[in-house]
Design a protein around this ligand. Sequence first.
Ligand code: DGL
Length: 259
Amino acid sequence: MSTQPIGIFDSGVGGTSIWKEIHRLLPNENTIYLADSANAPYGLKGKETIINLSIKNTEYLIDKGCKIIVVACNTATTNAIHVLRETYDISFIGIEPAIKPAALNTQTKAIGILATKGTLTSDLFHKTTNLFASNIKVIERIGEGIVELIESGQLDSEDMKVLLKIYLKPMIAANIDYLVLGCTHYPYLIPILVDLLPKHVKIIDSGEAVARQTKAILEKNNLLDIQTTHPINQFFTNGNPKVMQSLLDSKFKVEYLDF
Ligand code: DGL
């Protein structure tokens, strides 16, 4: 058993959607969330840069004594988690687009996937798609500009609606019945997406699965916290703390950190 915190990082505020799932499932765990918003979006960066930024975030969290690290970013997972696992002697939980459940359950034999360029062009994503979705239509769209709008606090803006309409159009035309959200920023768009999509389209993301996997690995390694009753949940960003604060309950305080 360990009272050390769970470390979570993302290129920005999106991974808080994963933190919420982890906190829901493991409410007594101490956590440290790191948002590298100054370097967002990762999705447009090259593989080497994504690896180097992921190493920087990981080292900060290891220095803080984290017992496990959740890479709450599809782009960092699909491009860098193999290097992190080879380099550090700590467990990493990653997140990948939920292609498998969508491909297994689709009735229309067409699914949509919205993710960053970095995720959609990664080897890991191609491998997963070939493995589970080779016999169905997969309509991929890069969510260009979405992360930037969320990071600047324009989640609910007209610009966001215009972009989403453009990205969903070919998916709706292909009669998708599942939309896979392949970026941890996107769960915050679900209310807008529900308005824009036909009623029969189900939206799925991997947040809950990541929380379950985090719990399973902590259990397996005997690291679950069975002692803490008043956990400390810390949130750090090298961007604008107000944007992250607007996505969290006011009892959680976001701090600026130059890292
Ligand atoms: N939240 C991220 C993801 O899940 C990255 C977005 C970005 O920085 O491009 O892919």
